[in-house]
Design a protein around this ligand. Structure first.
Ligand code: GDP
Ligand code: MG
Length: 293
């Protein structure tokens, strides 16, 4: 009998959740960025190997709700926790001994599923820190999501905790999300990489048109910002920055779809969209209040 189930990866922003997911699924599905909190949506990667299928959820950073955007992110993360068969609580080992998940995430009760606390970035710490962490968390797997060190034994531990079950998805399916979504994430990621502080969290991206029947594939994407001043920053002097974003994003999209792409990139202002529930939903954020029960 095969095993299959949902593995939810949680942790503070920057712990390495997206890096781990990319490593597990082997494709660039989730955004990796040195800027915290860049993963806003719940991303499903699927890993099928041997007779084990893991449906992997990446969560936005669990943190205190300060304004609407963060509240929505927390709601998504909490839901992913409830859905899990196994929870991987990823901690940045260079930050010392992590607080228990319930404390760190201020959970009303511990998740139903078993929680494995994982010490990531093991490659980045010295022998003394390693000894201290080993002493206080002897059972925690030590891994490097970046190099792949320690991931194989971690996967064995996860597999043991998954229920016996037929596969939940076809074997060759990498993700249940559409290509459109990944394209919009790649464009947003590229914009984040090219931008200064402040602007990043104000950027959303929507793919308005995706025509596979043309060669090259035609994609019209719109970057949304909250203010005219941000639009000017993204456009840059004589349009230099937006052209660069378009060029770099197109290269990433071509790698993803495996062929030539024409990226028609626009930028629009949607005033204060982060405070506007309708706009949030349109960009794929679920507000916890509005989730059907
Ligand atoms: P997330 O916010 O939890 O999704 O974290 P990311 O996956 O975006 O990673 C945040 C940063 O940590 C990126 O710069 C990664 O390259 C880096 N990182 C992730 N895993 C490791 C690791 O195992 N070792 C080291 N040295 N850096 C890592
Ligand atoms: Mg992430």
């Amino acid at each position: 009998m095969s095993r299959a189930g949902i593995v939810t990866v949680v942790g503070k922003p920057n712990a390495g959740k997206s890096t781990l997911l990319n490593h597990l699924v082997g494709e660039k599905l989730s955004i990796v960025s040195s800027k915290p909190q860049s993963t806003r949506d719940r991303i499903v990667g699927i890993r099928t190997e041997g007779d084990v299928q893991m449906v992997i959820l990446d969560t936005p950073g669990l943190l205190n709700p300060r304004y609407a955007l963060q509240r929505a992110m927390r709601g998504v993360a909490l839901q992913a926790l409830q859905d899990a068969d196994v929870v991987l609580y990823l901690a940045d080992a260079s930050e010392g001994v992590p607080a228990p998940l319930e404390t760190a995430a201020e959970l009303p009760q511990p998740p139903r599923a078993p929680v494995i606390t994982v010490l990531n970035k093991w490659d980045a710490i010295g022998p003394e820190d390693r000894d201290a962490l080993t002493a206080s968390l002897p059972d925690a797997p030590r891994i490097s999501a970046l190099t792949g060190e320690g991931i194989a034994p971690l996967l064995e531990r996860v597999a043991e905790r998954l229920p016996e079950s037929p596969y939940l998805y076809p074997e060759d399916e990498l993700s249940t999300q559409t290509l459109r979504f990944f394209v919009s994430e790649l464009v947003r990621e590229t914009a984040l990489e090219q931008l200064e502080e402040e602007v990043p969290y104000s950027v959303a991206c929507e793919v308005e048109e995706y025509r596979e029947d043309r060669s090259p594939v035609y994609i019209r994407a719109v970057l949304y910002v909250e203010r005219e001043s941000q639009k000017a920053i993204i456009i840059g002097h004589k349009g230099q920055r937006i052209r660069e974003i378009g060029r770099l994003a197109r290269a990433k999209i071509e790698a993803l779809v495996g062929g030539p792409v024409y990226l028609d990139l626009w930028i629009k202002v949607l005033a204060n969209w982060r405070k506007n529930p309708r706009a949030m939903q349109r960009f794929g954020y679920r507000l916890p209040e509005e989730r059907p029960s």
